[in-house]
Design a protein around this ligand. Structure first.
Ligand SMILES: *Cc1c(COP(=O)(O)O)cnc(C)c1O
Length: 448
């Protein structure tokens, strides 16, 4: 039997050989309709067969360029060699004991890596979970236990997950919260920094945010402030310089736990190991998931030892959290990021995207802003005079790109953002080809 190419050995080209979706994808769509809950969405109408580097090969043999990375997960590419090796070696040794029953080395290794790589050189501890939302839930539990306070502050446009606590923290109703209430109490929402819409400097925006917290919550009731250093689902909103450091300083002064949710921004995505590194922000707790393990389900909470160790013994855990196979995948993914300097790759891909998209923005007047950092870039569409959101465009653009073999995702509280999250191992010619398609599609759709 000849082995077919896989992972990074797949031909790194865009190739559309059938209509999209093709006949096999249509067949699977039909079976899905009969078997899978209709509540699950799908960004593209094709079904994947294999993927690697910067491409996803569908079941009809179409090769699509991946500008989504499965929502910022496959930063090292799909089926990256060290991830596959780690998974297979570990799967042969043991697949599960439960860390709370009998521990194992890969869990400890991942915690050591997290403590080492996350911002700040203070003493740290970590705990591992299954998914981003579970990490956020646990960060909140830890902050409440440590401070003995109840209130939690989240910001406008925030996204922190789909469980009950994290729905309360998430800003956007549709589709995340609609009809799913009541939500967890003692969550307060305050303004954030959204430069293109609020026109404020980072310091001014922070004053506004902190004034709201002081008048409506008060520090002595507040356990934690949670914020994404660059917002993900909210539309890749990058706060103005100085905003995050001012919030961090206020939290430190008032003994409020400052939680950075780096689930989407972490692991080299923004051109640093973590987005907080950009302004030297040192969170008390940091949540990670998505890019951590090359596609395996794993999440972490990392933070100051005195906070992490303050919870009563047995207070944190879960049956599968820090599964050994997922941990082995994370060790392989982190090694890949280090060896291939993927933070630097993210900066290079970001420079290519920024140049091309800024050129496009100068001729398309419904582009309100091109923004982001590293390989986390977005385009916001709005009417030029009023900034009224153009939510119709991203959906049409994403559909037209998929038809031509490029996967792009939408985002934004107003649904008016296209976001680009290529795997950090993508070659520049492939990225250029995807940007040719995207640019052409945007020019065509924006004229209509
Ligand atoms: C995706 C995401 C989450 C939730 O992670 P899940 O693994 O989907 O539960 C939380 N916060 C941020 C910033 C995210 O991007």
């Amino acid at each position: 039997m000849t082995t077919q190419p896989s992972g990074p050995d797949l031909a790194q080209i865009r190739r559309v050989v059938t209509e999209i979706p093709g006949p096999r994808s249509l067949e699977l769509a039909q079976r899905r309709k009969q078997s899978v809950s209709a509540a699950l969405g799908a960004a593209v109408p094709v079904y994947a067969d294999r993927a690697g580097g910067g491409v996803v090969i569908d079941v009809d043999g179409n090769s699509l360029i991946d500008l989504g990375s499965g929502i910022a997960v496959t930063n090292v590419g799909n089926s990256a060699p060290l991830v596959v090796e780690g998974i297979s070696a570990q799967a042969h040794l043991l697949t599960h004991t439960c860390f709370m029953v009998a521990g194992y080395e890969p869990y400890i290794q991942v915690c050591e890596e997290l403590n080492d790589l996350t911002p700040g050189d203070h003493e740290k501890r970590s705990a591992l979970f299954n998914a981003g939302a579970e990490a956020v839930e646990n960060a909140i539990k830890i902050a409440r236990s440590y401070t003995g306070r109840n209130a939690i502050v989240a910001v406008e446009h925030a996204y922190h997950g789909r469980t009950n606590m994290t729905m309360a923290l998430t800003a956007k109703n549709m589709p995340y919260k609609h009809r799913f209430g009541p939500f967890a109490p003692e969550v307060y929402r305050v303004p954030t920094s959204y430069p293109v819409r609020d026109g404020l400097t980072g310091v001014e925006a922070a004053q506004q945010t902190l004034a709201r917290i002081e008048t409506e919550v008060a520090a002595e009731n507040l356990a934690a402030l949670i914020i994404e250093p660059i917002q993900g689902e909210g539309g890749f909103v990058v706060p103005a310089e100085g905003f995050l450091p001012a919030l961090q300083r206020w939290c430190n002064e008032h003994e409020v736990v400052f939680i950075a949710d780096e689930i989407q921004t972490g692991f080299c995505r923004t051109g640093d190991w973590f987005a907080c590194d950009h302004e030297g922000v040192v969170p008390d707790l940091i949540t990670t998931a998505k890019g951590i393990a090359g596609g395996m389900p794993l999440a972490g909470v990392t933070g100051r030892a005195e906070i992490m160790d303050s919870v009563h013994s047995g207070g944190l855990g879960g049956t599968y959290g820090g599964n050994p196979v997922a941990c082995a995948a994370a060790v392989g993914a982190i090694k890949t990021m280090r060896e291939q300097d993927l933070a630097e790759r993210a900066r290079q891909l970001g420079a290519v995207m920024t140049t091309r998209l800024n050129a496009l923005a100068s001729d398309v007047d419904v582009i309100a802003e091109v923004r982001g950092r590293g390989a986390m870039m977005a385009i916001e569409f709005a009417e030029p005079d009023t900034l009224a959101p153009r939510a119709d465009l991203p959906k049409r653009i994403a559909a037209a790109c998929a038809e031509q073999g490029v996967i792009v995702l939408t985002a934004g509280t107003f649904g008016n953002v296209i976001r680009l999250l290529p795997p950090l191992v993508m070659s520049e010619p492939l990225l250029d080809d995807a940007l040719d398609v995207l640019t052409h599609v945007i020019q065509t759709e924006a004229d209509q």
